[in-house]
Write a protein that binds this ligand. Structure first.
Ligand SMILES: Cc1cc2nc3c(=O)[nH]c(=O)nc-3n(C[C@H](O)[C@H](O)[C@H](O)COP(=O)(O)OP(=O)(O)OC[C@H]3O[C@@H](n4cnc5c(N)ncnc54)[C@H](O)[C@@H]3O)c2cc1C
Length: 396
């Protein structure tokens, strides 16, 4: 089989790894970045941990896989009739079977000033910018109180706000900044934190955040932002740093190629029971309008399904329908504390934190050879003194 996969994230990489097990398969992975980003650990790189925990060069992942070719390009258009993809580089790629896993992009919902004055945490570049900013802000902030506002109390915002409080304290101590106070606020439009988890989980996480010194404001909407002020539900708040963790939208590639795809009300792509779109392209991960889309574990599940499905098609075996599987959710809230929820199981505290560590180990081993998993999984505490590395430099 000749398979072209677009997107080197959870879905694309896992599909390629699964298909590469069969030596007669020839896989081309087209992606716009040289590294795989392990998003769940990305915020850690801005709060005292190393970038080495959150991004891995694709060449490491596919080392020794002779039937996988990696092409670096940004795919801009698709012609499903001619079966051709076109890249930003001007190159075209003919495909036989195409699997798309482009992930999502950040959206600011048109909130005035937010794109300009907030920090993002979705890419290595954004994380590097935030990390440098925090360092300078703390180092130069002697005698001045500092206000950090994290917007969005989904899993990413909660994890970040919780980690930020203790990191700022440690960084101040490290830099011998004794005379300024760090304030961390978490603002959420929904009536409670972690609105997609149970009320019980929300209540416990709220208490934990408050214990960590995070000022939580729920039911509040961000209306606009300037360099040092943010308007939240009509109220002006001073802020030195705004971090935007809300708002993801489906990848703009699909809108740019709208004739070729059918859109679900949430902007994701409608796929059939084999994860195929109306034009025969497979769409998986965050791009697909499946029940549990938006989670890394769903993207991995989709990848395994599609790889098996393609093998069945090639071997003339009976086809099986895709079934959505509810993944467990584990959100760390500061050191040695997390909340775990799956169906009726609900665990908080240190046990949940251990489950999260185990889940990360499994997450890395889904992508990396087992021999390399421990190296990336073990905590790499580096503070800010770590040399500034771009993801490209980091792989060398
Ligand atoms: C900060 C953060 C924390 C998260 N934490 C968790 C968590 O704890 N647990 C969990 O389950 N999920 C988490 N998620 C969600 C999870 O990361 C996503 O669901 C998952 O990455 C989706 O996989 P994907 O393959 O669809 O997309 P991605 O993993 O985003 O991969 C998309 C890939 O496509 C590439 N690409 C994009 N456009 C193009 C183009 N035009 N041409 C070529 N290549 C392109 C990108 O560079 C990227 O490599 C988190 C997400 C974020 C942002």
């Amino acid at each position: 089989m000749y398979i072209t996969i677009v997107g080197g994230g959870f879905g694309g990489v896992k599909t390629a790894l699964e298909l590469a097990k069969e030596s007669t398969n020839q896989i081309t992975l087209i992606t716009d970045k040289p590294d795989f980003q392990y998003y769940p650990a990305l915020y850690g790189a801005a709060t005292g941990r190393s970038h080495l925990e959150s991004w891995v060069p694709l060449t490491t992942i596919f080392n020794g896989k002779k039937n996988v070719t990696i092409q670096y390009d940004t795919i801009e258009t698709i012609d499903p009739l001619a079966k051709i993809l076109s890249g930003k580089s001007g190159q075209t790629y003919a495909y036989e079977t195409c699997v798309m896993a482009l992930g999502t992009v950040t959206t600011y919902f048109g909130i005035q000033g937010l794109e300009t004055y907030s920090y993002g945490i979705k890419s290595a570049g954004e994380i590097e910018k935030l990390k440098q900013h925090i360092y300078t802000d703390v180092a130069e902030g002697r005698g001045v109180d500092k206000r950090y506002i994290v917007i969005g109390a989904g899993p990413t915002g909660v994890e970040l706000a919780a980690a930020l409080g203790s990191y700022l304290k440690k960084l101040s101590k490290h830099l011998r900044v004794k005379d300024s106070t760090m304030h961390v606020a978490l603002v959420e439009a929904a009536p409670r934190v972690l609105p997609r988890m149970s009320e019980k989980a929300s209540a416990k996480v709220l208490r934990r955040l408050e214990k960590l010194g995070v000022k939580v404001q729920t039911g509040k909407t961000v209306e606009s932002a300037t360099e040092d002020l943010i308007t939240v539900s009509g109220e002006l708040m001073t802020s030195d740093t705004i971090i935007w963790t809300s708002g993801v939208a489906n990848h703009p590639f699909y809108k740019a190629n709208a004739d070729n795809f059918e859109f679900a009300p949430n902007g994701r792509i409608v796929v059939d029971s084999h994860m195929q779109t109306k034009n025969g392209v497979y769409v998986i991960g965050d791009n697909a309008a499946t029940q549990f889309t938006g989670l890394a574990q769903t993207a991995l599940h989709d990848a395994i399904y599609v790889a098996k499905h393609l093998e069945r098609v090639a071997n003339g075996q009976p086809l099986m329908d895709y079934t959505a599987v509810m993944p467990p959710v584990v959100v760390p809230v500061g050191a040695f504390w997390a909340v775990f929820e799956w169906r009726k199981i609900h665990i908080t505290g240190v046990v949940a934190a251990m489950i999260r560590r185990a889940a990360d180990f499994i997450g890395y081993s889904d992508i990396l050879p087992i021999g390399q998993v421990f190296g990336i999984w073990r905590p790499h505490r580096v503070w800010h003194d770590e040399p500034k590395l771009s993801p490209v430099e980091a792989k060398e």
